[in-house]
Design a protein. Structure first.
Length: 115
C-alpha cells in the first residue's frame, strides 16, 4: 500500500543546512522539497511530535500546509516556488535516525558538547 501525505510530517530546515544534509546522506537522502530559502524533509507522522533537532521546525499540517507539486515539476515558479529535489523515498525509524544524525553532523559540535 502506498503512503499518503497524511502518513508524513514535514520538517523545515534552512536551505544551506538541508543541502549539506543531502550531501551527507547521499543515496540515503529520502524525499525533500525546496522553496529557495528552506528544504522540507519528511518523517513518519508521530515522529514530528517528538522531533527536537536544533535549527529545524516541525510543520503543523493544518496551520502550515505544504503543497506538493506534481512529479513532472522539476522547478518551481519564480524564486519561491517549491520543487522536488530528490524523489527517493525512505521511511521508518532508521531513516529518521539517519536524518537526525546528518543534521547534527552538519551543524557541527556544540559549545560545551562532545566533539
Amino acid at each position: 500500500m502506498a503512503s499518503t501525505l497524511s502518513d508524513w510530517t514535514a520538517i523545515r530546515v534552512p536551505r544551506i543546512l538541508g543541502l549539506t544534509v543531502m550531501d551527507i546522506l547521499g543515496t540515503r537522502c529520502g524525499a525533500a522539497l525546496e522553496n529557495g530559502r528552506s528544504l522540507y524533509r519528511f518523517v513518519p507522522t508521530g515522529v514530528g511530535s517528538e522531533w527536537d533537532v536544533t535549527n529545524t521546525i516541525t510543520l503543523d499540517p493544518v496551520a502550515d500546509p505544504l503543497t506538493i507539486p506534481p512529479p513532472r515539476r522539476i522547478q518551481g515558479p519564480g524564486r519561491t516556488g517549491v520543487c522536488v529535489r530528490v524523489s527517493v523515498t525512505t521511511g521508518g525509524s532508521r531513516a529518521v535516525a539517519l536524518l537526525r544524525a546528518a543534521i547534527e553532523d552538519a551543524l557541527g559540535p556544540t559549545p560545551g558538547g562532545q566533539s
